[in-house]
Structure formats: structure tokens, C-alpha cells
Design a protein around this ligand. Sequence first.
Ligand code: DAT
Ligand code: MG
Length: 138
Amino acid sequence: MSAEETLILVKPDGVKRGLTGEILRRVEAKGYELVDIRLVEAPRQLLEAHYEEHQGKPFFEPLLEFMSSGPIVAIRARGNRIIEGFRSLAGSTEPTLAAPGTIRGDLGRDWGLSVQQNLVHGSDSTLSAERELALWFD
Ligand code: DAT
Ligand code: MG
């Protein structure tokens, strides 16, 4: 299995709470390579494209509003099976249910809002990694 790349985002809640360093530390400690990194105030158009699979769902507007609420740290990272591997480091979508030891499980919780503010995004397949990296880095 050869190395692949994924898109990791530290979402506005993670940046605001000063957790960018802790999140990067976990990615690096796992042995993944940071290839590129940028701080982005994401325009709506970018967020709509990024989350196109969720258009029409009840949390879509709150999600875009949340993702527009502050800067995002976008990371291009590389490693063997990193797409699955980072999803595993991140933990499941709902921070309340995410396993201890994961980013969401250790550092996140439910804020009682209509959208999950769960600190990070990670691409979920090779296809979405390619698509998302092109959106955020090209
Ligand atoms: P993930 O970020 O784990 O890949 P996803 O792609 O299903 O999860 O959803 C994108 C984001 O939308 C997710 O990180 C938080 C929010 N979200 C998803 N499902 C939700 C729900 N049922 N209620 C509130 N927010 C939700
Ligand atoms: Mg997703």
C-alpha cells in the first residue's frame, strides 16, 4: 500500500479554542507527514462545494454558518492509509459518542446546537480526498 494524501481541517471551534497545536501534534505523533498548511477564511462558495453531499439536510445552513465563523487551518497530510487513519484519530462525528483517545472524544463535547462543532474534518475516501484537496489547495 503506497502513501496517500488527505485533507484535514481544524474547524473554527478548534482554532478558537487554541487546539490547532494539539491536533497537529497528534497527526505528527502518529507519524504522518505535513505536506502543506494554510489558514483560510473560507468563502461560502468553497464551503458549499466542500459539503455538497450534505446540501438540503437540516444541518446544512448551520454547518456553513459555523464553518464561516472564523479561520480554518487546512492541512495537506500524507502517509500510508492516512485517509482511514486520520478518520480513526478524529473519532466519530458526535463528540459525545466519540471514543476516548480520539480528537473528538478527548477534546470535544456536544454544545447543544443544531450542528456538531466537532473540531476537525478528514476526507472519507480517496475520491473525496482528491476532490477536497483540489478545492482547498489549488
Ligand atoms: P464527518 O465530519 O464525521 O465526516 P459528516 O460528513 O456526516 O461527518 O457531516 C459533516 C459535518 O456536519 C459533521 O462534521 C458535523 C455536521 N453534522 C453531520 N451530521 C449532523 C447531524 N445529524 N446533526 C448536526 N450536525 C451534523
Ligand atoms: Mg464527512
